[in-house]
Write a protein that binds this ligand. Structure first.
Ligand code: AHM
Ligand code: MG
Length: 345
């Protein structure tokens, strides 16, 4: 045990709250409730191969994809963990088309939560890591019980963001703007324990690029040039990057946060805005990466500054080590091939 002892997520949140004497505790309670929901979801994810939760429900979600039962379960768990507390004025979920009001029988509060309950769930059958992504915002509308505007806020207005990766262990990583902290679930006692305090993406980390290269023929010339350069297919890069792509955003992002690297889901001719969702995926991870010393853009603009127009809006995403995100922007902007100057090459 370290000299500081074991720090549970509850203790960590309480100690952070003490720095704000005016805090009501509402915000801390929201974070506990999300951590509780994550334990419930993690328990079901671990049983996915055993329980009768696999396969399709036959329904189609708002993205036009078949919904798996575990997605629905994860959504329900988060909703029910948060709906009755009196801390929220509404929610939005990747699994639901519209703003989710708080049921009339419960009081409302001054925050909203946006979440992707089970990202990467198409990987579940193959026992690949999946995740939950969440974002907390302050109520901004005049509507007494909240409205969609309370969820439709740009990333820089988030007051907290985090994700849970259900992998070889279950880990919850979050930031409230004061560092990025990771907690690993100790399953025997059911507690998230601080295992990764003050996470920083390595500035000189591993040279990793993560992208679905099967879309290569649909990419812009700049995007293709960048990946060609990264893999050393052009003579001006003597140190090729490694390619690592799980196809499960939280897992790909988490690896790159620990080791360094660049995750990309670019625009292509089929998906002119990319595939990933601004509110449920890009903005929360952008808040985390920025507080860990990295960057996130859509290739031009900082993700955190994009004003959302609709709940399910998509955005291209370039996220990870600052130097690589800057490199991506240069490749995407250049019409002609310039030798990119990458420090340390
Ligand atoms: P989902 O929200 O429907 O699970 O889709 C998002 C997932 C991400 O986890 C992942 O980065 C991406 O889709 C992979 O897409 P692709 O299969 O096109 O590479
Ligand atoms: Mg998703």
């Amino acid at each position: 045990m370290s000299s500081k002892g074991i720090i549970t997520i509850e203790r960590h949140i309480i100690e952070a709250e003490r720095q704000f004497p005016e805090a009501t505790g509402a915000f801390s309670n929201i974070l506990y409730d999300i951590a509780f929901a994550a334990k419930m979801i993690g328990k079901e994810v671990r049983r996915a191969g055993l329980a009768d939760v696999l396969g399709y429900t036959g329904e189609v979600n708002v993205q036009g994809e078949e919904v798996r039962k575990l997605d629905e379960y994860a959504h329900e768990v988060l909703f029910k963990a948060l709906d009755h507390t009196g801390h929220l004025c509404g929610m939005a979920s990747e699994e639901v088309e519209d703003f989710i009001p708080i049921p009339d029988r419960f009081p409302t509060g001054n925050y909203s939560v946006v979440f992707d309950p089970l990202d990467g769930s198409s990987n579940i059958d193959a026992n690949v890591s999946v995740g939950t992504i969440f974002s907390v915002q302050r109520k901004v509308s005049d509507h007494p019980r909240g409205c969609v505007d309370d969820c439709l806020q740009p990333g820089y207005k988030q007051v907290a963001a985090g994700y849970v990766v259900y992998g070889s262990s279950t880990m919850l990583v979050y930031t409230t703007g004061n560092g990025v902290h990771g907690f690993t679930l100790e399953p025997s006692i059911g507690e998230f324990l601080l295992s990764h305090p003050h996470m920083c993406i390595p500035e000189k980390g591993q040279r990793i690029y993560s992208v679905n290269e099967g879309n290569y023929s649909r990419w812009s010339a700049g995007q293709r040039r960048m990946v060609d350069w990264m893999k050393g297919a052009t003579p001006d890069n003597p140190r090729p990057f490694s390619s690592r792509y799980i196809g499960s955003l939280v897992a790909d992002f988490h690896r790159n946060l620990l080791y360094g690297g660049l995750f990309m889901y670019p625009a292509d001719v089929k998906n002119p805005n990319g595939k990933l969702r601004l509110l449920y995926e890009a903005a929360p991870l952008a808040m985390i990466v920025e507080h860990a010393g990295g960057k996130a853009t859509d290739g031009q603009r900082r993700i955190m500054e994009i004003e959302p127009e609709s709940l399910h809006q998509r955005t291209p995403l370039f996220i990870g080590t600052s130097e690589y995100v800057d490199l991506a922007a240069r490749f995407l902007a250049e019409e002609t091939v310039e030798e990119p100057a990458l420090a340390g090459v």
